[in-house]
Design a protein around this ligand. Structure first.
Ligand SMILES: *Cc1c(COP(=O)(O)O)cnc(C)c1O
Length: 795
């Protein structure tokens, strides 16, 4: 066997094809070539990865541990090639083998180990941590089945399991030696003044490591995902007795833990398995963190100097009591000291203020699974009450364990994800705790990685920017402001506009190929892609589309600006209202797209199976970004940032990071509408507010009436009675009350788009002024304000 070629990529691909995949080049399929390229790329990551690990040990640097139930990674091959700056080399090597480079990249499954923004944030953070040379580990669950695959049948969402691991995963390294045995249930034994938990059931967590390389390949960190394994996978006795299925029962049960991602985006189901998953990955991670610390240190009191743990939402909140338990019960530190050490390490990011999404567990269920943790939570509450006797705020009470309070009490820092959201945390969910712990809550406005969300996904724009200001912006996104002087140059602006035109043409080709629909490339591409939720108000968007359709039909010659409305997004399988919204959009699209009277002026398309790859395809082609949540309900949003960076204008409410986007891009380059948080709160107090709004706006009344009368569901006229009843009744998310102003803003969009040059100017200003929304900036904030961590590459 020849040595593996180190420098020639083409030779390395051939080597891996032969020796790693065992394939004769004459018979290799696209999959084989893709795997061979992936292995050749991975080889180039591994050396840097090991160097980074050695550097971290040598410097005895503080490590950051990012605990997240979700990592919405997407594809990795292009990301890795781009960060290693091997794009030209890789394309040349693949083309020299007679293969199509794009097609090969698209062969990779999209790793969807998350639901939406929260999981995508974790993935962007991993990339930025590596880019900044901050020693860090991501910890999560290696779900066998990621987020379900969505399709439509007669307009209704269908869910099929996503099986990204059907094919071998080129990026991960299985670590059979890195295993922890974790217990559940059982009893608590007190002997000679010490308390110990004697669990009843056991499972093992086995580690799978994926290296994450930063921009320019200077540093690599580890994403460590845990898989469930049985302690005794196989019962030979039962097998020999002929009970073959029962012999493997242990293994099947243990594997169930990491089988599926819970497809709940913001509502928590009180599911036993879900709590098991949370404990499983948190406890395995905490043990791994302690093990690593103890290889270099004896004194556990140094832990907060060497370890910063970030809990992404409350899903890993059990990490707090688990760390206390390991320090106190298992290592014998006094309880108060164990508590102080744990609190010195832990931090918590809050992602939602929606009351139904604040996680809590019934105490009976909690105690049956984690009896010792419940005792420790009570002691944590007691210690907190003793330190702050003025007011009683506790994690356990009224028969429930509240994970938000637990996370807050156990954390050194608690952060919100946009300025508005952080402010609201202080006055709503954590008002009392904020009074008791002033300064604990800090803000870290979200960001997105510019490598994936501009440079890779929008190669035309990337080339123009680099041609204009050099390539420094990719690692320092605020350099985009250097574009501003060029925006007044008509030739430059024409090139900028041409990028969008070309991206739109590319999307049209793809839609024609995949969905047999011809989109009008001259139209405004108006895009709303995100999870389907009432607070995100896709139904406000479709109502406006219906009203517009009716108005165009009334008055076809009124010089309408053509529109293509593009939707994408999944609904949680048990969220029936959201599923009705999907069906309504599809039903309305069918009727409206078939109407000759509005043909070419209004088209609606709902693209199935929205995921990271689709976001990368759609965002560069968008003219208008729909960020229309009810004020106070979207914590930050990150989709909004991706659009602005790619030169789409936002139509949006004063919610989440929209507020900061608008401040930065300038209010004249942002289509604002809708109530503020305070106005929304006041509006909810008005009796029959929805009916009042409908009565005051004939367009809205007519659009709702069309839905009610079955204009889009003639075979089942009352199909949307639920939606209509909500919109005309309680309408908690104030769709009716915000409709008129949304309509007004949309007509301003029409007007503005008619002036092509000025539109391009506004779009370019959005791109030039959005560099602050890089997740590099966000991570620098966490490093300085929360973790006290430093870069080992001088970044
Ligand atoms: C960015 C992103 C999100 C978050 O979108 P929001 O509009 O902020 O809710 C969700 N899903 C995917 C696939 C994304 O890329």
């Amino acid at each position: 066997m020849d040595d593996l070629p180190r420098t020639d990529l083409r030779a390395a691909i051939m080597w891996h094809l032969t020796y790693t995949l065992g394939k004769d080049p004459d018979h290799a399929q696209l999959f084989d070539w893709r795997m061979a390229l992936s292995h050749a790329v991975r080889d180039r990551i591994v050396d840097r990865w090991m160097t980074a690990t050695r550097d971290t040990y040598r410097a005895d640097a503080k490590r950051v541990y990012y605990l997240s139930m979700e990592f919405l990674i997407g594809r990795l091959l292009e990301d890795n090639i781009v960060n290693l700056q091997m794009t030209d080399q890789a394309r040349a090597a693949i083309e020299s083998l007679g293969l199509d480079y794009r097609q090969l990249l698209l062969d990779e499954p999209d790793a969807a180990l998350g639901n939406g923004g929260l999981g995508r944030l974790a993935a962007c953070f991993m990339e930025s941590l590596a880019t900044l040379g901050c020693p860090a580990y991501g910890y999560g669950i290696r779900y066998e089945h990621g987020l379900f695959r969505q399709s439509f049948l007669d307009g209704r969402q269908q869910e099929a399991p996503e099986d990204w691991l059907q094919q071998p995963n080129a990026w991960e390294f299985e670590r059979p030696e890195a295993r922890f045995t974790l217990g559940f249930g059982g009893n608590i034994l007190t002997r000679a003044g010490t308390t110990r938990w004697e669990p009843e059931h056991f499972v093992q967590a086995e580690a799978f490591d994926t290296p994450v390389i930063g921009w320019r390949g200077r540093w690599a960190n580890t994403l460590r995902l845990w898989a469930g394994r049985a302690v005794n996978p196989f019962d030979l006795e039962r097998f020999n007795a002929g009970d073959f299925a029962a012999a493997a029962e242990n293994e099947a049960l243990a594997r169930t833990i990491s089988r599926v991602l819970y497809p709940e985006d913001s509502t928590e189901k009180g599911k036993y398995l879900r709590l098991m998953q949370e404990y499983f990955f948190s406890a395995a991670s905490i043990r791994d963190i302690l093990r690593r610390f103890e290889t270099a240190h004896q004194d556990l009191r140094l832990l907060p100097q060497k370890v910063a743990i970030q809990m992404n939402d409350t899903h890993p909140a059990i990490a707090g009591p688990e760390l206390v338990r390991l320090l106190h019960d298992e290592r014998g530190l006094p309880f108060d000291e164990a508590l102080d050490i744990a609190r010195g390490c832990l931090n918590y990011t809050n992602h939602t203020l929606l009351p139904e999404a604040l996680e809590s567990w019934g105490e009976a269920l909690f105690a049956s699974l984690l009896p010792r943790h419940l005792q420790l939570i009570d002691r944590i509450d007691d210690a907190h009450a003793k330190a702050h006797p003025a007011r009683r705020v506790s994690a356990h009470g009224d028969g429930r364990v509240r994970m938000g309070e637990l996370s807050f009490i156990m954390s050194n820092r608690v952060n919100g994800v946009a300025a508005l959201h952080t402010g609201l945390m202080k006055t709503t969910v954590f008002r009392e705790l904020n009074d008791l712990h002033p300064g604990r809550i800090v803000n870290e406005t979200n960001g997105v990685t510019p490598r994936r969300w501009v440079h890779s996904c929008n190669p035309r724009l990337s080339a123009l920017i680099t041609d204009t200001i050099g390539d420094g912006w990719i690692g320092d996104l605020e350099k985009l402001t250097e574009l501003e002087p060029h925006i007044d140059d008509a030739d430059w602006l024409a090139r900028f506009a041409q990028v969008k035109t070309d991206n739109k043409a590319g999307l049209c080709d793809w839609v024609t190929r995949e969905h047999e629909l011809m989109l009008n490339p001259e139209a405004i591409f108006d895009v709303q892609i995100k999870r389907i939720h009432e607070y995100k108000r896709q139904h406000l968007n479709i109502l406006e589309a219906i009203a517009l359709w009716q108005e165009i039909r009334d008055n076809p010659g009124a010089g309408w600006t053509p529109r293509v409305k593009i939707f994408g997004g999944k609904a949680a399988p048990g969220y029936f209202f959201a599923k009705d919204i999907i069906r309504l959009i599809n039903d309305a699209a069918r009727v409206i797209n078939a109407d000759a009277a509005t043909h070419g002026l209004l088209q609606i398309i709902y693209l199935p199976n929205y995921n990271v790859t689709m976001a990368e395809r759609l965002i560069p082609a968008a003219d208008l970004s729909e960020q229309i949540s009810t004020a106070g309900k979207e914590a930050s949003g990150t989709g909004n940032m991706k659009f602005a960076l790619n030169g789409a204008l936002t139509i949006g409410t004063l919610d989440g990071a929209n507020v900061e986007i608008r401040e930065r891009v300038g209010k004249e380059n942002f289509f604002l509408f809708g109530m503020t948080v305070d106005e929304a709160e006041a509006r909810r107090q008005v009796e029959n507010h929805a009916a009042g709004a409908i009565a005051a706006d004939p367009r809205l009344a007519r659009a709702i009436e069309a839905i009610r009368a079955g204009a889009f569901s003639p075979d089942e006229p009352d199909r949307y009675a639920g939606i209509v009843g909500n919109l005309t009744g309680p309408d908690y998310f104030l769709v009716a009350s915000d409709f008129s102003d949304y309509w007004r803003a949309q007509r301003e969009v029409d007007q503005a788009y008619a002036d092509k040059r000025n539109w391009a100017r506004m779009a370019a200003l959005n791109a030039a002024r959005s560099g602050w929304f890089s997740s590099d900036r966000t991570i620098r904030g966490y490093m300085a304000d929360i973790w006290g961590a430093r870069s080992l590459t001088g970044n």
